[in-house]
Design a binder for this molecule. Sequence first.
Ligand code: SAM
Length: 336
Amino acid sequence: MAELPRDTFGRPLASLRLSVTDRCNLRCRYCMPEDEYVWLPRTAILSFEEIERLVAVFAGLGAHKVRLTGGEPLLRHDLPTLVGMIARDRRVDDLAMTTNGLLLAKHAAALRAAGLQRVTVSLDTLRPERMLAFAKSARHADVLDGITAARQAGFAKLKLNAVVIRGFNDDELVDLIEFEVRFIEYMDVGGATRWSQDQVVSQREMLEVLAGRYGAIEPMAADGRAPAERFRLADGTTFGIIASVTAPFCRTCDRSRVTADGTWFLCLYAARGIDLREPLRRGATDEDLASLIRETWQARTDRGAEERLGVADRGALYRIDSLRADPHREMHTRGG
Ligand code: SAM
């Protein structure tokens, strides 16, 4: 059997983020702040069978972690069926989904029954009026219902992701910590066209705020390739911080992303992706696809977040005209 591919920095191809739609039912200011978008053409969206086949090829190359994302993944019709198709592949030992939770209450049980193992809910604020202002949605209660339903359905290790933005929710750190939360530094990617460094609340600052309230914070042993650094309060409460801006984890990044139209990105910051849909629909064999993916991964040199660290006068990565010119640059297309 051929060896599993490693990139030029020795990083394995272990984790695949699969965006199943570029559509979303929220309009978060740091991700989709515009009124109108250029959507991926419907005919370009991969069918479940095409996704299943790609996942199998990736799994054969070492991708044992698969995370469904979007856009909002639960907007994809009949998602539990896709979950069931992927869950059948025993090489995928960690099948997860990231969702904004709006539709989770309706689907949690079916997703669990289909074989989804983990759910992460993105929730940036515990205050409904803030969600209305920030994400243009009055459905905060639906997210909380979704979290409850997911727990009842057996997703025990349910996690929350909260992007922390100065002047929006940085005063809620101490409230959000009641959940199993991972705080994410505000990133300059995709639709974050209004990004500025001063809105980023750094990992260091978050720790200072939390220590001021809860006392000493102890770093926990690093879990090799997880993006979040984990910490423990004196009372045993644990939380994570994803410091993609101030302390990027490129060195251990084993993630790549496939968009809903089958474009493969080796880095969240990559300017271009590799079109896997075209060979897939042209009749490429699994071996052809595997060779393409293997060779591309072995040549991977990306360390996008680290490179951004060195940019003087850092501002948003993209302006709106450049996002309109290629929607693959959007965070909601890449899947976050
Ligand atoms: N709709 C789903 C959700 O809300 O989780 C999945 C897609 S969303 C693009 C995935 C993650 O990306 C979310 O946790 C979201 O908060 C995060 N995200 C989007 N834009 C971001 C930014 N500029 N900085 C940091 N995280 C961001």
